[in-house]
Write a protein that binds this ligand. Structure first.
Ligand code: HEM
Length: 502
């Protein structure tokens, strides 16, 4: 285990442009060796964060956490495949239900599967090592795989509002290269939120312009509608603010480690402001992607795990005779909220729904996962929560950050009711989680924590502004907790079997 960890890290971790976020005077590699060799709760693995944009390093994974890029790729995605993959490029351009010129595409008439069988060669990807191209190939083969497997479900859903069954066999001209490319980028061979659908699927209209909504377009799509574009790109614009999240999270850990109260408060204030900006951006979803349209494009982002359309899983022809299952694309694989959960040490109940939350966390770029694990371990080591709660004004800032997580999860639960539950009785979401109990599991825990902590902060020592803030947060949490519990009980009457998580 140790040797594979080093093999993975050695190729890119010690180089210009990285800052190690582990306080010690020894070299980074020595620290990693020491950390891997030590055991027990006091040893944590070192982690390096990119501190400048790195473009000329073809072997460095596209998703490498950094202060220039946050959780976005370190370089904008490759938009078009090179000529050697021209047939795949052509299929994907002709695939969407509605093409750029308004004409119906292959999926509209249910002809994508046939076109894949007739036109797509079994491309050789063995020699490709360039991460920019590998990531684009992963995105494109995973789009082709999901379109192929779910095409019959989409056709049926448009006719009868039922999904029926998906295709059971992924043909080798998709399965083999998808599996190989996935291995090369250390991913599962299925559509994923960061690596394909959302965070590796945008292009800047003006290459020199910012990552603002008006300057962005999609590279690949299933539906080709404005609402699909708005849904995907709203994730991108939110994640475009994550460079600051990374900076403040690392800053808060360092300040807690050195017990520097003033610096710690500054970092928590910066973190809070950034989460607020992200939440404001999230609010734009309502106008960029209309609630009534979501069901029309989400069929293609469903997974094969815990989904009635794939009762026996899927066989990847030419890869293995054994069927496999994967969770579908989901914002649950985004790193904004898990970062807060881990940094602020937000407790989750021990139950099967929390097991699903942890499973979701394995569906993400390796470097994101390692960063989140690092934050979790280091936060525990420096007792970040305890340090925050030792001082009433730091505690108020801590509480404000947890309240931003509440705002996110509360709005998000509203999205789920307005975009999904209003329109369908399908019992599970795209990622395979139970539709009416899973999100409230996490939202409920956050409300519980707010209620608990707001009650323990000594009001006498708070600044006037913090006093108002703490009171407001505490009262709102109590009211929302009561309302949520009633709401979920009612919804469970309509959605049976919500306790089934696998
Ligand atoms: C119309 C908009 C949205 C809808 C209908 C929606 C729906 C859902 C659903 C149903 C889940 C449950 C997991 C599953 O897929 O099985 C989920 C999870 C999640 N989504 Fe979204 N989502 C939306 C937008 C977003 C956005 C913009 C983000 C931002 C990055 C996001 C981040 C998340 C996160 C972090 C989770 C895990 C929740 C948690 O940890 O409590 N979602 N989403």
């Amino acid at each position: 285990m140790m040797s594979s960890f080093f093999a993975k890290q050695r190729s890119y971790v010690v180089r210009r442009g990285f800052t190690q976020v582990f306080s010690s005077s020894s070299s980074l590699l020595q620290q990693q060796q020491a950390a891997a060799l030590r055991s027990g709760p006091s040893s944590i693995r070192a982690f390096s964060v990119l501190t400048e944009q790195v473009k000329d390093t073809p072997t460095l994974p596209m998703f490498t956490v950094g202060t220039p890029n946050g959780f976005l790729p370190r370089q904008d995605p490759l938009v078009e495949l090179p000529d050697q993959f021209q047939r795949l490029e052509s299929l994907l351009q002709r695939m969407p239900l509605q093409l750029l010129d308004g004409q119906p595409g292959l999926l509209a008439s249910g002809q994508f599967g046939e076109a894949v069988r007739d036109e797509l060669p079994l491309y050789d990807v063995d020699q490709i090592e360039d991460q920019h191209l590998l990531s684009a190939l992963f995105r494109d083969y995973s789009f082709a795989a999901s379109a192929y497997l779910l095409e019959p479900c989409d056709v049926l859903y448009r006719q009868r509002k039922e999904y029926g069954l998906g295709r059971k066999i992924l043909p080798m001209n998709i399965a083999v290269p998808l599996d190989k490319v996935a291995k090369k980028i250390h991913s599962k061979p299925f559509m994923e939120y960061a690596l394909s659908y959302a965070l590796y699927n945008y292009k800047r209209l003006n290459p020199l312009g910012d990552l603002t909504y008006d300057n962005l377009a999609l590279i690949r799509s299933f539906a080709g509608s404005e609402s699909e574009k708005g849904f995907i790109l709203n994730h991108v614009t939110m994640v475009s603010h994550t460079p600051k999240l990374v900076k403040y999270a690392v800053g808060a850990l360092d300040a807690a480690a050195s017990k520097d109260r003033a610096r710690f408060d500054q970092q928590l204030a910066g973190l809070n402001e950034t989460y607020e900006t992200i939440n404001n951006e999230m609010e734009m979803m309502w106008s960029r992607s209309l609630p009534g349209d979501y069901i029309s494009f989400r069929t293609f982002i469903m997974g094969t795990k815990n989904q009635p359309m794939f009762p026996d899983g899927v066989i990847y022809e030419g890869v293995s005779d054994q069927p496999v299952v994967h969770r579908g694309e989901s914002g649950a694989n985004d790193s904004i909220v898990p970062l807060a959960d881990n940094l602020l040490q937000i407790p989750m109940p021990e139950n099967p729904l929390t097991v699903v939350l942890k499973d979701f966390r394995s569906y993400r770029p390796t470097n994101h996962r390692e960063f989140l694990e690092y934050v979790q371990d280091r936060s525990k080591k420096v007792n970040l929560k305890e340090f925050a709660l030792q001082d009433p004004n730091s505690a108020a800032l801590y509480l404000s950050n947890v309240d931003q997580v509440r705002a996110f999860r509360h709005r998000h639960w509203n999205f789920t009711k307005e975009y999904i539950i209003k329109y369908t009785d399908h019992p599970v979401a795209t990622g395979g989680s139970p539709i009416v109990t899973w999100l409230p599991n996490q939202l409920g825990s956050v409300l519980e924590l707010l209620d608990e902590i707001s009650g323990t902060i000594d009001r006498e020592q708070l600044t006037e502004g913090n006093k108002i803030r703490v009171d407001e947060i505490g009262k709102r949490a109590v009211a929302q907790k009561r309302f949520l519990a009633r709401e979920v009980e009612k919804l469970k009457e309509r959605f049976q079997n919500q306790d089934k998580t696998e």
